[in-house]
Design a binder for this molecule. Structure first.
Ligand code: AP5
Length: 210
Protein backbone atom coordinates (compact mmCIF):
# COMPACT_ATOMS: atom_id res chain seq x y z
CA UNK A 1 0.00 0.00 0.00
CA UNK A 2 1.23 3.49 -0.86
CA UNK A 3 -0.18 5.30 2.18
CA UNK A 4 0.58 4.61 5.83
CA UNK A 5 -1.12 7.45 7.72
CA UNK A 6 -4.78 7.12 6.98
CA UNK A 7 -8.01 8.52 8.45
CA UNK A 8 -11.56 7.29 7.80
CA UNK A 9 -14.25 9.95 7.91
CA UNK A 10 -18.01 9.45 7.61
CA UNK A 11 -21.32 9.48 9.46
CA UNK A 12 -22.13 7.00 12.24
CA UNK A 13 -22.84 3.58 10.76
CA UNK A 14 -21.23 4.32 7.38
CA UNK A 15 -19.03 1.23 7.77
CA UNK A 16 -15.82 2.77 9.14
CA UNK A 17 -15.26 -0.04 11.67
CA UNK A 18 -16.13 -2.77 9.14
CA UNK A 19 -13.69 -1.42 6.55
CA UNK A 20 -11.02 -0.56 9.12
CA UNK A 21 -10.82 -4.18 10.29
CA UNK A 22 -10.26 -5.36 6.71
CA UNK A 23 -7.72 -2.65 5.89
CA UNK A 24 -5.55 -3.36 8.95
CA UNK A 25 -5.73 -7.09 8.19
CA UNK A 26 -4.41 -6.36 4.69
CA UNK A 27 -1.77 -3.80 5.69
CA UNK A 28 -0.67 -4.62 9.24
CA UNK A 29 -1.25 -0.98 10.20
CA UNK A 30 -2.45 -0.16 13.71
CA UNK A 31 -6.23 0.33 13.99
CA UNK A 32 -6.93 3.36 16.17
CA UNK A 33 -10.68 3.58 16.81
CA UNK A 34 -11.53 6.24 19.39
CA UNK A 35 -14.99 4.66 19.82
CA UNK A 36 -13.48 1.22 20.60
CA UNK A 37 -10.90 2.72 22.97
CA UNK A 38 -13.63 4.66 24.80
CA UNK A 39 -15.92 1.61 25.07
CA UNK A 40 -13.01 -0.33 26.55
CA UNK A 41 -12.40 2.47 29.09
CA UNK A 42 -16.12 2.39 29.99
CA UNK A 43 -16.11 -1.42 30.37
CA UNK A 44 -13.05 -1.23 32.66
CA UNK A 45 -14.60 1.56 34.72
CA UNK A 46 -11.57 3.85 34.39
CA UNK A 47 -11.81 7.55 35.23
CA UNK A 48 -11.86 8.40 31.51
CA UNK A 49 -14.58 5.78 30.98
CA UNK A 50 -16.73 7.25 33.75
CA UNK A 51 -16.30 10.76 32.30
CA UNK A 52 -17.02 9.62 28.72
CA UNK A 53 -20.01 7.34 29.32
CA UNK A 54 -22.70 10.03 29.68
CA UNK A 55 -21.64 11.77 26.46
CA UNK A 56 -21.60 8.47 24.56
CA UNK A 57 -24.96 7.29 25.86
CA UNK A 58 -26.54 10.56 24.71
CA UNK A 59 -24.83 10.41 21.30
CA UNK A 60 -22.79 13.53 22.05
CA UNK A 61 -19.07 13.98 21.47
CA UNK A 62 -16.61 13.43 24.30
CA UNK A 63 -14.69 16.71 24.94
CA UNK A 64 -11.80 17.35 22.53
CA UNK A 65 -9.13 17.60 25.22
CA UNK A 66 -9.91 14.13 26.64
CA UNK A 67 -9.89 12.61 23.15
CA UNK A 68 -6.64 14.24 22.00
CA UNK A 69 -4.85 13.24 25.23
CA UNK A 70 -6.16 9.68 24.81
CA UNK A 71 -5.03 9.25 21.19
CA UNK A 72 -1.80 11.27 20.97
CA UNK A 73 0.57 8.63 22.39
CA UNK A 74 -1.04 5.84 20.38
CA UNK A 75 -0.49 7.76 17.12
CA UNK A 76 3.11 8.56 18.02
CA UNK A 77 3.75 4.88 18.82
CA UNK A 78 2.33 3.61 15.50
CA UNK A 79 5.43 4.49 13.50
CA UNK A 80 4.94 1.82 10.79
CA UNK A 81 1.44 3.01 9.88
CA UNK A 82 -1.99 3.65 11.37
CA UNK A 83 -5.62 3.85 10.44
CA UNK A 84 -7.67 6.43 12.35
CA UNK A 85 -11.35 5.43 12.71
CA UNK A 86 -13.65 8.00 14.35
CA UNK A 87 -10.90 10.60 14.85
CA UNK A 88 -10.67 13.49 14.16
CA UNK A 89 -14.30 14.46 14.60
CA UNK A 90 -14.16 18.22 15.15
CA UNK A 91 -12.10 21.04 13.66
CA UNK A 92 -10.29 21.38 17.00
CA UNK A 93 -9.32 17.68 16.85
CA UNK A 94 -8.17 18.01 13.23
CA UNK A 95 -6.00 21.00 14.12
CA UNK A 96 -4.54 19.15 17.13
CA UNK A 97 -3.81 16.15 14.88
CA UNK A 98 -1.90 18.34 12.42
CA UNK A 99 0.47 19.21 15.24
CA UNK A 100 1.07 15.52 16.03
CA UNK A 101 1.47 14.07 12.51
CA UNK A 102 0.69 14.78 8.84
CA UNK A 103 -1.91 12.47 7.29
CA UNK A 104 -1.31 10.90 3.85
CA UNK A 105 -4.97 10.44 2.93
CA UNK A 106 -8.49 10.91 4.35
CA UNK A 107 -11.16 8.56 3.05
CA UNK A 108 -14.67 9.97 3.35
CA UNK A 109 -17.21 7.14 3.49
CA UNK A 110 -20.59 8.49 2.36
CA UNK A 111 -23.96 7.05 3.37
CA UNK A 112 -27.48 8.51 3.42
CA UNK A 113 -29.21 9.21 6.73
CA UNK A 114 -31.94 6.68 5.93
CA UNK A 115 -29.39 3.88 5.37
CA UNK A 116 -27.46 4.90 8.51
CA UNK A 117 -30.59 4.31 10.62
CA UNK A 118 -31.31 1.06 8.80
CA UNK A 119 -27.81 -0.32 9.40
CA UNK A 120 -27.37 0.84 12.98
CA UNK A 121 -30.70 -0.43 14.32
CA UNK A 122 -29.79 -3.92 13.02
CA UNK A 123 -26.09 -3.93 14.06
CA UNK A 124 -24.79 -6.52 16.53
CA UNK A 125 -21.22 -6.58 17.93
CA UNK A 126 -19.23 -9.35 19.62
CA UNK A 127 -18.51 -8.45 23.23
CA UNK A 128 -15.34 -10.57 23.14
CA UNK A 129 -13.53 -9.90 19.83
CA UNK A 130 -15.41 -6.84 18.49
CA UNK A 131 -16.53 -8.52 15.24
CA UNK A 132 -19.33 -6.50 13.60
CA UNK A 133 -22.51 -8.17 12.28
CA UNK A 134 -25.78 -6.99 10.85
CA UNK A 135 -29.08 -8.85 11.21
CA UNK A 136 -29.99 -7.90 7.59
CA UNK A 137 -26.73 -7.50 5.69
CA UNK A 138 -24.29 -9.81 7.51
CA UNK A 139 -26.39 -12.09 9.68
CA UNK A 140 -24.60 -14.43 12.09
CA UNK A 141 -25.75 -18.07 11.94
CA UNK A 142 -26.86 -17.73 15.59
CA UNK A 143 -28.08 -14.17 16.33
CA UNK A 144 -26.69 -14.37 19.87
CA UNK A 145 -23.17 -15.81 19.19
CA UNK A 146 -20.10 -14.60 17.29
CA UNK A 147 -19.11 -16.90 14.42
CA UNK A 148 -15.42 -16.08 14.88
CA UNK A 149 -14.95 -16.65 18.62
CA UNK A 150 -18.29 -17.79 20.10
CA UNK A 151 -18.55 -14.59 22.20
CA UNK A 152 -21.93 -13.05 23.06
CA UNK A 153 -23.37 -10.60 20.53
CA UNK A 154 -24.89 -7.40 21.87
CA UNK A 155 -26.55 -4.21 20.68
CA UNK A 156 -24.62 -1.03 21.48
CA UNK A 157 -26.35 1.31 23.95
CA UNK A 158 -26.04 4.15 21.41
CA UNK A 159 -27.78 2.16 18.65
CA UNK A 160 -31.26 3.09 19.92
CA UNK A 161 -33.26 5.16 17.35
CA UNK A 162 -33.35 8.41 19.40
CA UNK A 163 -29.59 8.26 20.11
CA UNK A 164 -28.81 7.42 16.44
CA UNK A 165 -30.77 10.51 15.44
CA UNK A 166 -28.73 12.65 17.84
CA UNK A 167 -25.44 11.12 16.66
CA UNK A 168 -26.31 11.93 13.06
CA UNK A 169 -27.15 15.54 13.95
CA UNK A 170 -23.88 15.88 15.87
CA UNK A 171 -22.06 14.44 12.83
CA UNK A 172 -23.65 17.03 10.52
CA UNK A 173 -22.87 19.94 12.86
CA UNK A 174 -19.39 19.03 14.12
CA UNK A 175 -17.78 16.45 11.83
CA UNK A 176 -19.11 17.14 8.30
CA UNK A 177 -17.12 20.44 8.13
CA UNK A 178 -13.95 18.30 8.13
CA UNK A 179 -14.81 17.15 4.61
CA UNK A 180 -14.05 20.66 3.31
CA UNK A 181 -11.10 21.03 5.72
CA UNK A 182 -9.37 17.99 4.19
CA UNK A 183 -10.54 18.68 0.63
CA UNK A 184 -8.80 22.06 0.80
CA UNK A 185 -5.60 20.30 1.85
CA UNK A 186 -5.85 17.93 -1.13
CA UNK A 187 -6.13 14.87 1.13
CA UNK A 188 -9.79 13.87 0.70
CA UNK A 189 -11.06 10.90 -1.33
CA UNK A 190 -14.79 10.11 -1.44
CA UNK A 191 -16.18 6.59 -1.34
CA UNK A 192 -19.84 5.68 -1.86
CA UNK A 193 -20.80 3.19 0.88
CA UNK A 194 -24.31 2.56 -0.44
CA UNK A 195 -23.21 -0.78 -1.92
CA UNK A 196 -21.98 -4.14 -0.65
CA UNK A 197 -19.11 -4.18 1.81
CA UNK A 198 -16.75 -6.05 -0.60
CA UNK A 199 -17.19 -3.36 -3.25
CA UNK A 200 -16.52 -0.60 -0.73
CA UNK A 201 -13.35 -2.41 0.34
CA UNK A 202 -12.15 -2.79 -3.28
CA UNK A 203 -12.66 0.91 -3.84
CA UNK A 204 -10.70 1.83 -0.70
CA UNK A 205 -7.80 -0.51 -1.47
CA UNK A 206 -7.56 0.96 -4.99
CA UNK A 207 -7.27 4.44 -3.44
CA UNK A 208 -4.63 3.29 -0.96
CA UNK A 209 -2.52 1.71 -3.71
CA UNK A 210 -2.55 4.88 -5.82
P1 AP5 B 1 -17.84 5.41 17.30
O1 AP5 B 1 -17.72 4.08 17.89
O2 AP5 B 1 -16.70 5.99 16.54
O3 AP5 B 1 -19.19 5.45 16.46
P2 AP5 B 1 -19.56 6.09 15.05
O4 AP5 B 1 -18.59 7.01 14.39
O5 AP5 B 1 -20.89 6.66 15.30
O6 AP5 B 1 -19.45 4.93 14.11
P3 AP5 B 1 -20.04 3.52 14.33
O7 AP5 B 1 -19.06 2.67 15.06
O8 AP5 B 1 -21.42 3.59 14.91
O9 AP5 B 1 -20.24 3.04 12.83
P4 AP5 B 1 -19.21 2.60 11.72
O10 AP5 B 1 -19.08 3.66 10.69
O11 AP5 B 1 -17.96 2.07 12.34
O12 AP5 B 1 -20.07 1.43 11.07
P5 AP5 B 1 -19.92 -0.17 11.20
O13 AP5 B 1 -18.73 -0.65 10.42
O14 AP5 B 1 -20.08 -0.63 12.59
O15 AP5 B 1 -18.18 6.50 18.46
C1 AP5 B 1 -19.14 6.22 19.46
C2 AP5 B 1 -19.19 7.39 20.43
O16 AP5 B 1 -17.90 7.57 21.05
C3 AP5 B 1 -19.50 8.76 19.80
O17 AP5 B 1 -20.89 8.99 19.65
C4 AP5 B 1 -18.85 9.71 20.81
O18 AP5 B 1 -19.65 9.87 21.97
C5 AP5 B 1 -17.58 8.95 21.22
N1 AP5 B 1 -16.43 9.28 20.35
C6 AP5 B 1 -15.76 8.43 19.54
N2 AP5 B 1 -14.77 9.06 18.90
C7 AP5 B 1 -14.83 10.37 19.31
C8 AP5 B 1 -14.07 11.52 18.99
N3 AP5 B 1 -13.06 11.49 18.11
N4 AP5 B 1 -14.41 12.71 19.59
C9 AP5 B 1 -15.43 12.76 20.48
N5 AP5 B 1 -16.17 11.70 20.84
C10 AP5 B 1 -15.88 10.51 20.25
O19 AP5 B 1 -21.21 -0.59 10.33
C11 AP5 B 1 -22.52 -0.32 10.80
C12 AP5 B 1 -23.44 -1.50 10.46
O20 AP5 B 1 -23.57 -1.58 9.02
C13 AP5 B 1 -22.91 -2.87 10.91
O21 AP5 B 1 -23.99 -3.68 11.30
C14 AP5 B 1 -22.26 -3.46 9.62
O22 AP5 B 1 -22.30 -4.88 9.58
C15 AP5 B 1 -23.14 -2.85 8.54
N6 AP5 B 1 -22.45 -2.58 7.28
C16 AP5 B 1 -21.18 -2.05 7.14
N7 AP5 B 1 -20.91 -1.89 5.84
C17 AP5 B 1 -22.02 -2.32 5.15
C18 AP5 B 1 -22.34 -2.38 3.75
N8 AP5 B 1 -21.49 -1.95 2.79
N9 AP5 B 1 -23.56 -2.85 3.40
C19 AP5 B 1 -24.44 -3.24 4.36
N10 AP5 B 1 -24.20 -3.23 5.69
C20 AP5 B 1 -22.98 -2.75 6.08
Amino acid sequence: MGYARIALLGPPGAGKGTQAKRIVEATGFVHLSTGDILRDEVARGTQLGVEAKGFMDRGELVPDELIVNMIRGRIEAASSGFLLDGFPRTLAQAEALEKIVALDIVININLSREEVVNRLTSRRVCRNCGAIYNLHFKPPADPTRCEACGGALYQRDDDQPDVISNRYQVYEESTAPLVEFYRQRGLLQDVDAERPSDEVFECITALLRA
